[in-house]
Ligand binder design. Structure first.
Ligand SMILES: [Mg+2]
Length: 251
């Protein structure tokens, strides 16, 4: 089985803290049990930077795909950058500078610089002005000539500007092609709109996309797990079953 897992809202409750990168020993132990089984290949596919994923999931043998797969650490430890960062960084720096002028005098906004993407958080901003300011921020980002094509993710009092290649579907496709046998069953677990892009690919490849939580609209998932806790319980069952199967493959 090839198993792709989102991080926030799937393996761990969603946290707005971008700087608090602490490993969770029980999650690391669970993932270690999974990656040590040769019947399984485990990839984490997240919008978080690779540096964050390396800090919270220090588990050797995992594939870690950060910023929606723009920066990938393969199971052997080699790191790949899947975007031209020398073209992208100046572009993002200009957008960041425009945004800092736009939000001067407007408290409650903060920009998270992921190096390969910019996220704009407005959770504690004045709701009366948020829609207008965020739409101005999008125009500032997309009206510029851009050597690296960009896409905008919009959420609830949140937006993110990233290269078009920051796409979980493309990343899962790429990982499946690179990473694992075509006979393996692909399964992917995630909780939001970005994961739906991966679900589409998993369905095309004959696998099982699993949505965590209720979702907020239509979904391409074929199954659901109710919460992060349910995901962990399911992973424990998978780990035990794969371990038994490894020990006695023909019984
Ligand atoms: Mg998530």
């Amino acid at each position: 089985m090839w198993l792709g897992l989102d991080y926030d809202g799937t393996l761990a409750p969603i946290s707005l803290e971008s700087g608090q990168a602490k490993a969770d020993p029980s999650l690391c132990s669970l993932l270690t049990g999974l990656v040590e089984n040769p019947l399984l290949r485990i990839a984490i596919v997240s919008g978080r930077p690779l540096s964050f994923l390396r800090a919270v999931l220090p588990v050797s043998g995992l594939t870690l795909a950060g910023v929606y797969g723009l920066e990938v650490q393969m199971p052997g430890g080699e790191r790949l950058l899947r975007v031209e960062s020398n073209l992208l960084r100046p572009q993002l720096r200009m957008i960041k500078s425009d945004w800092s002028l736009l939000f001067r005098g407007h408290p409650g906004y903060w920009v998270e610089d992921k190096e390969l993407a910019l996220a704009l958080h407005a959770d504690s901003a004045d709701p009366a002005e948020t829609a207008l300011l965020l739409s101005t921020a999008i125009s500032m980002a997309t009206d510029r000539p851009s050597p690296v094509p960009l896409r905008v993710y919009e959420g609830d009092r949140y937006l993110e500007v990233a290269p078009a290649a920051a796409h979980k579907g493309q990343t899962v496709q790429w990982l499946l092609d690179q990473d694992w046998s075509h006979e393996a069953l692909p399964v992917y677990v995630g909780d939001d709109a970005r994961d739906e892009e991966a679900f589409e690919v998993i369905r095309r490849r004959g696998g099982i996309p699993i949505l965590v939580g209720k979702g907020s609209g239509s979904t391409r998932a074929l199954a659901r797990l109710g919460s992060c806790e349910a995901v962990r319980t399911w992973l424990e069952i998978l780990c035990e079953a794969a371990s038994r199967r490894r020990k006695s493959p023909t019984s």
